[in-house]
Design a protein. Sequence first.
Length: 482
Amino acid sequence: MKSIKFKIWLAFFITLTVCMATMLVVTHTTMKKGFLRYVNIETINKLDLLKNEIAEIYTRTGSLELFTTKPHLWDKLKYKAYSPYLKIRADQRRNDGPPAPPKSKELPPKDKHGVGRHQREFMERLILTDENKNVISGRYRKNSDYSWSAIKAEDKIIAYVGYVAPSEFLRDVDKHFLYNQLRALSKISIFLVIISFITVLIISHKLVKPLVALSRSAKQLAAGEYNVRIQPQTSDEVGELCHNFNELAHTLEANEQSRRQWVADISHEMRTPLAVIKAQIESMQDGIRQPSQANLALLKDKTDSLNALVNDLYELSLSDLGALTYSKEVFSFNQLFEHTQDEVEVRTNGKELTLTIENNLNEQHKIYGDSSRLAQLINNLIENSLRYTDTPGQIKIWSAETQGNLEFHIEDSAPGVNPDQLDKIFDRLYRLDSSRNRATGGAGLGLSICKNIVEAHNGTIRALQSKLGGIHIIISLPRWTR
């Protein structure tokens, strides 16, 4: 399997190579065309020497009939006009020593004047015509794209020189100038490819390094080492990925600790009533205790406590799995509040607790939910306040509407809760008394079940510090408005 480092390098290398090759091809084409255009202008300017010779003959003889009687005069004048230009080519060739142009079956590479094939093609296409463009000297080629340069004498046009712009370089020095430029460009391109190759190796190594560490840490995480962490080296997407991995590892570590604590707490919760039941039964078997009503009541109390714990665990597990059944319907919030009022009045009767109930809603305030589950929710909250509120104390229950939501409030007096512990009281098996003597009873599952019931009704539950000195629980449920 190819590593991502190799894939990054290969993708960059292929892209760079294609770009460089394209640049070279485009540069070669544009440079050749541009330089050829420049050289052709210089070549055409050499026609002025030829035109001056023709004008001088016309001035001396009064006509151009000399070219008709002496056919070789035209060739002589052409080579004479271009001899300085060709001499520069020859001198340059002797100095630089470039390779000779390839041989052609159509034309020899050199003629007796030392002229190359392309130069000879250009000069053979030169023609001389009269003022009406009738050919005087040279051979007219029908398929050639001729351009015309006028010859003037005595302030009038006496003839034209027809020429075809060269499609190739006529001089070796021009060809080798272009060759040297392209060779230098090729060397620069190769140098850039090498530098880029080294650069991409370094960059790919830096990019892959955190990914390798991430892969190694992921294997450790899969093996159960939840304390593994990665130190982000950058603030880009890779650094964010490392940060997310650390968050995942932290969550898994916290969940594992919670699971272990869960098992330990459940074991502790079940061991206490089971130990009492076992001790009572053994003492009755040994005749130490008699199966009296008091002893049997103790056994029943511990059995009920154990049964309540199992039921709470069962409901909590169903809620976590989403299997807790809800029979939802539209009903008045007052119906739930009145049931709560009757329940709490009965349960606080005879206790040193001052109860205050205030309902600010009416029959028009309706909610969509399971009335029995919501009643269970309220009962759990009331049970929590009755169990933990010191006597003499206060319990206040009231309702209100806030921003389209119906709220149920329950407050109690001391003891209170530290602000940093308020968010944790809804965690399962969380108890504020660190001694874990369970003197006040309960397994710490009630508020966890309350939270799940509220969330199943698309509501929220939160805990605040109460002005009475204890806890202020607020349940917010969406109002039914249809």
